[in-house]
Design a protein around this ligand. Structure first.
Ligand SMILES: [Zn+2]
Length: 273
């Protein structure tokens, strides 16, 4: 019997997620595109840069807009005021994360559990500190150029920035036939970059979403949904001969058994043999 942890939610072999930073006004237009094609995103916000009242000319959204603009997507941390993690004291780093978490949770009414590092940089100590403060994943800006799940979600390298020929990458992802891993396409960026007329950004991102959206083999998920699912999968408990598996988590998990997709329901033990 060959068992592989190579399926996402509902037994799908692939997933995709998007991540956009800074909480800028252009996120409104980007969310509309994501919603049109059924794509889910995570928006990493600096709560200290959100305006107190609505201002259509400001760079960032107002606090009151956050819950409605990002409805159906994930709001996550990007620190309170966007300092470089390599240039702040340990105490400042603690405050930047905790203040951001507290402020965003008050705006959204939900638990905020992820971060993207400002400028994409981090020391090992800063990553460990973030984890201690309740951060469960952290995105970098280093392109992996691949579709693998990270070994450590506190150093989560995305597939690519959206400027890196993502139509080709999207097509490569759709063409993937191998199944030794659950494959993940992860694109990140800043929505204000699409305003650069030379790059034709808004057309490019909509073409990309049209290409990869609406596919039955792809699970469209936020960053934290991917983390929760993979953690649940990694928490499955097997008997020594792998004929019994126990899912101690609150999420249903799918695996493959001799190339057949099998659901291991939350809280249940399943006989595979
Ligand atoms: Zn940023």
């Amino acid at each position: 019997m060959q068992i592989r942890l190579n399926k996402f939610k509902d037994g799908k072999p692939k997933a995709m997620t998007m991540s956009y930073d800074d909480g800028v006004r252009q996120d409104i237009r980007l969310v509309e595109i994501f919603n049109k094609y059924g794509i889910k995103g995570t928006f990493h916000l600096n709560s200290g840069n959100l305006t107190d009242s609505y201002d259509p000319h400001s760079r960032c959204l107002s606090k009151a807009e956050v819950a409605s603009v990002y409805k159906g997507h994930e709001v996550a941390m990007h620190t309170c005021t966007h300092p470089d993690p390599l240039a702040v004291s340990q105490q400042c780093w603690v405050n930047e994360i905790l203040n951001d978490k507290r402020a965003l949770e008050q705006l959204c009414g939900s638990i905020v559990r992820g971060i993207s590092y400002p400028f994409g940089t981090v020391t090992r100590q800063a990553a460990e500190t973030a984890q201690t403060l309740g951060v469960e994943y952290a995105r970098t800006v280093k392109s992996s150029e691949g579709f693998s799940i990270p070994a450590d979600f506190m150093h989560w390298d995305p597939t690519a920035h959206h400027s890196e020929e993502i139509l080709e990458k999207g097509q490569d992802f759709l063409n993937m036939q191998q199944d030794w891993q659950p494959w993940l396409l992860y694109i990140w960026g800043h929505a204000y970059e699409f305003d650069n007329a030379d790059a034709n950004g808004w057309t490019m991102i909509e073409d990309f979403c049209r290409l990869v959206g609406g596919r039955p083999e792809i699970w469209y998920a936020t960053n934290i949904e991917i983390v929760d699912y993979i953690n649940a999968q990694r928490n499955l408990r097997f008997s020594a001969d792998e004929s019994l598996v126990f899912n101690p988590t609150a999420l249903d998990v799918w695996i493959s058994v001799d190339a057949k997709t099998v659901c291991i329901p939350a809280g249940q033990t399943v006989h595979l043999g």
